[in-house]
Design a protein around this ligand. Structure first.
Ligand SMILES: NC(=O)c1ccc[n+]([C@@H]2O[C@H](COP(=O)([O-])OP(=O)(O)OC[C@H]3O[C@@H](n4cnc5c(N)ncnc54)[C@H](O)[C@@H]3O)[C@@H](O)[C@H]2O)c1
Ligand SMILES: O=c1ccn([C@@H]2O[C@H](COP(=O)(O)OP(=O)(O)O[C@H]3O[C@H](CO)[C@@H](O)[C@H](O)[C@H]3O)[C@@H](O)[C@H]2O)c(=O)[nH]1
Length: 444
């Protein structure tokens, strides 16, 4: 328990990792270049919504074990283990990942590393990045061979980030080729994750490239599973079949399983879309692009869901959005998150707005981010005010409050009882019995 940890980049991943590691008893220093974020985290004010995280943050601060800074010198001086958690977004106009934040962080930290330490990459990166960064570390760190790099990809889901961090499915450790350094890195990581290992969490050691590939192939598989069921939804629509029944029946086959087989508006967020694109780009650079051409189809099926949703809404309104009012429920890319990065819901809302519809959006947590991302949309502060006067209601993010809506309550304020369920989250019989025209993706 002697290790002192730093977490470099305190966004969705890093802030969660920092607070959880402090809760496990480590002394943790979080570092971010965003001064406002550092100030808010230091004040116990979580800059984003993640269930259960703020109490952990406050507990860590109160214990004195958790602090935040923007000083690399302080972090280098403090840490025995440095977790790298900065963003790797999609480059503008390209499929590839933008590695400037990762490179910037390592370039800033490495020259300050004077004593033995382990740098642990957690960001999602294209295969080959760890090997290159190990070279940077060797070149720049005054500690020389005593500054070692490991790659430890993160698999947490937003909305379940605390649970996933404290109780992961598995821990993957990408280790250096040199045996002494590898043994040292593995020993330190086993100490850092001792609580999870004692609980029986599988610990898999691998070389750098394998560890990097585990992460992107996991996300590629999940994206493929979602697009598979959404492709079935397209066929179901054409054949007048019901994809929700189909998905349920498939789920009882253990070889297939029901998770990530939820048909609807498809995947968004700061991970799956950009990760499959970066994976394709990297495979291309490696001369293995053919292996991943199916991911292009996975991406296209996913984008088609959004287009289909807009088409359905237009159809429902008699062929045009002009002069029509649309109530949109949901802006986050998924429930229990305020993250609107590549959000299918916001994408659909913006597209309808661009085609002349008057769109009013409500989301329980993502309003601030949604306003910033799509300032031309109208926003309401409750479900009922978002759908007041609506000619059609679109359920695009399946928050619990939306799944449990009473069709009678909404009927009193809408202009027309017409609802499109983009997430197959409502009971069609209940809504139809209440006089609503209910339609969904992939079912009659
Ligand atoms: N969000 C998730 O659920 C999740 C899960 C697993 C893996 N990941 C991966 O983790 C990484 C981070 O994702 P995120 O969602 O937390 O992103 P994010 O944008 O929420 O956070 C990134 C943070 O890094 C900071 N930063 C940028 N450059 C920096 C620098 N040079 N030094 C210090 N801080 C810097 C930013 O200010 C920001 O606060 C990405 O590679 C992502 O793919 C994310
Ligand atoms: O059956 C399903 C399941 C999910 N989704 C959508 O898929 C997207 C992604 O959902 P989810 O994977 O739960 O959210 P993330 O928090 O983005 O987590 C993914 O991306 C992270 C970042 O790489 C990984 O760490 C996680 O393991 C991986 O699940 C969301 O838009 C969901 O609405 C569906 O459409 N159908």
């Amino acid at each position: 328990m002697a290790h002192r940890l730093t977490v470099i980049g305190t966004g969705y991943l890093g802030a969660t990792h920092a607070a959880c590691m402090a809760d496990l008893g480590f002394e943790v220093l979080g570092l971010d270049v965003d001064e406002e974020k550092v100030a808010r985290l230091s004040a116990g004010d979580l800059p984003f919504y993640e269930p259960g995280l703020e109490p952990l943050l406050r507990r860590g601060l109160a214990s004195g074990r958790l602090r935040f800074t923007s000083s690399y010198a302080e972090a280098a001086e403090f840490g025995d283990v440095h977790f790298l958690c900065v963003g790797t977004p999609q480059k503008a106009g390209e499929y590839a990942a933008d590695l400037s934040y990762v490179n910037g962080a390592v370039d800033a930290l490495a020259p300050l590393l004077r004593r033995p330490c382990l740098l642990v990459g957690k960001s999602t990166v294209p295969v080959g990045t760890a090997e290159r960064l190990a070279g940077t570390l060797a070149r720049l760190a005054p500690a020389g061979g005593d500054a070692v790099l490991a790659w430890n990809p993160e698999f947490l889901r937003e909305g379940f980030a605390v649970q996933d961090t404290l109780h992961p499915d598995r821990i993957v450790a990408g280790l250096p080729a040199e045996q002494g350094a590898a043994e040292h890195a593995e020993k330190v990581l086993r100490e850092v994750y001792a609580t999870m290992l004692a609980a029986g969490v599988p610990f898999i050691t691998a070389d750098y490239p394998t560890s990097e590939l585990v992460k992107v192939s996991a996300n590629a598989f999940l994206a493929t599973k979602i697009s598979f069921i959404n492709a079935m939804a397209e066929v179901c629509e054409a054949a007048h079949a019901d994809v929700t029944k189909l998905s349920e029946a498939l789920s009882y086959d253990d070889r297939i399983g029901g998770r990530f087989l939820g048909p609807g508006l498809g995947f968004g967020g700061g991970c799956l879309p950009k990760d499959i694109r970066a994976f394709m780009a990297r495979a291309g650079e490696l001369g293995a692009d053919q292996a991943l051409t199916f991911l292009r189809e996975v991406d296209e099926i996913n984008i088609r869901r959004r287009i289909r949703m807009v088409d359905l809404a237009r159809q429902q309104l008699g062929g045009s959005f002009i002069g029509r009012t649309v109530g949109v429920l949901g802006a986050a890319f998924k429930p229990d998150s305020d993250d609107v990065r590549d959000s299918p819901a916001l994408d659909v809302a913006a597209s309808i707005r661009a085609q002349g519809g008057k769109v009013t959006v409500y989301d329980p947590q993502a309003m601030r981010n949604a306003r910033r991302a799509q300032p031309s949309l109208d926003f309401a502060d409750s479900t009922l005010s978002a759908v007041r006067g609506a000619h059609v209601v679109l359920l695009l993010t399946e928050w619990k409050v939306f799944r449990e809506m009473d069709p009678g309550d909404l009927a009193e304020v809408v202009a027309e009882r017409s609802i499109l369920d983009g997430r197959n989250a409502l009971d069609p019989e209940l809504w139809r019995a209440a006089g609503w025209n209910y339609r969904a993706l992939g079912r009659p």
